[in-house]
Design a protein around this ligand. Sequence first.
Ligand SMILES: Cc1ncc(COP(=O)(O)O)c(C=O)c1O
Length: 374
Amino acid sequence: MSFLPFTRPSIDEETIQAVADVLRSGWITTGPKCREFEETLSQICGGRTVRVFNSGTATLEVALRLAGIGPGDEVITTPLSWVATANVVLTVGAKPVFVDIDPATRNIDLDKIEAAITPRTKAIIPVDLAGLPVDRDRLYELARRHKLRVIEDAAQSFGANWKGKPIGSFGDLVSFSFHANKNLTTGEGGALVLPDAGLAPLTEQLRLQGVVRRPDGEMSVEVLGGKSNLTDIAAAIGLGQLKHLDEVTAKRRALARAYFDCVEAGLGCALPIADFEQSNWHMFQILLPLERMTITRGEFIARMKARDIGIGVHYPVIHLFGLYRKLGHKEGEFPHAEAVGKSIISLPLFPAMERTDVERVCTALRDVLNETRK
Ligand SMILES: Cc1ncc(COP(=O)(O)O)c(C=O)c1O
C-alpha cells in the first residue's frame, strides 16, 4: 500500500500550464498575475481590498505595522498556534500576551481575554485553528468595547465562513497563508485583507522596501518596508487553486464527516467540534488518550508511519519554546493549551483522499491504540 501523507496539495494540469505560461512570458516576478489574484481574492472577500504577499508571516507583520503596533504595546493571542503568530509580535517589538484556549474549540478562550487586557493592550490576534472560526460576534464585541484592533490570523481558515459570511469578507485586518499545506496554496504565499482601501498604498510600501513609484518615473522612500512581494509564478498557482475552492472545501467536509463515522468512540480519543457549516476542515485533529497508552506520541507517530500513514503535530504550545521561556514563560501557565499541545495529532486530510483512505487511517489508529493500551 502506498504511503498516505498527512497532507498533499492538489495541483491540476491547467494550473501547471498556467505556471509554464508565466515562465515563458518574460515577466516572472510581481506583475499582472498578482493583480488578477488580488482582484479575484477581493471578490471572495466581499469586494474588500486585498494585497498578496510571499507568506502569511509577512501579512501578519505588515498588519501589525498598519495597526501601529510596536515597542511598549501588548498583543493578546493563543499559545496553541504555529509559532509565527507570536513571533511577528516580537518582530515589531511588541509583547505577545497569551490567553489559554477553550479545550472544546482549541481556539483562544474568549471568556478569558478580558482578564489579560491592560492599558498597553492594542490588539488581539485570534487564530482559527484547523479552520474552525473563532466566534466573530463575541470577538468583535469585545474588541469594540475595549477599543482594540483585531488582526485575524486566518492562515488556516481560507474558505471557512462565520454565519455564512466568508472569513475575510468582514472585520478588521485579516491575514491568510497560502503555504503548501493550506487549503489554497501558492507554494508559499499569503494575502492581507484591509478594512479600508485607503491603507493600500502604505501596505504596498511595507511590502516592498517602502518604495513609491512616481508618475514622472522617479521613486521615493519615506517608510521602512520589507521584501515580501509575491511572484507571478506563485499567483498563477493561486489563481488555478481558486477555481477549486468550493469543491475542495466540500470534499474536506465530507472526509471530516467520514472520520466522525470511523474513529471508534471506545478508543478514548477526543474529537474536534463537528462543524460542517463554517469550518473549512483545514485539518482533522484528535487528542491521543496518552494516559491510557504505554507509548509516547512520538512512538505512536512512528508506528503509524510503519503502517504507511503520515501524522502531523500542530502544534506544541508556543510559550514553552526556549525563546519564550527566556521571556519568563513556564509550564502550568495555560493548562488547557499545554494538555492539548502534548496530545494533539493531525490525521491525514487532503482533497485527493477518499473515504477508503479514512477507513485505512482509522483501522491503523484502532490497532496501534489497542496494542499499546495500558
Ligand atoms: C496559524 C498560522 N499562522 C501563521 C502562519 C504563517 O504562514 P506562512 O507559513 O505562510 O508564513 C501559519 C502557516 O504556516 C499558520 O498556520
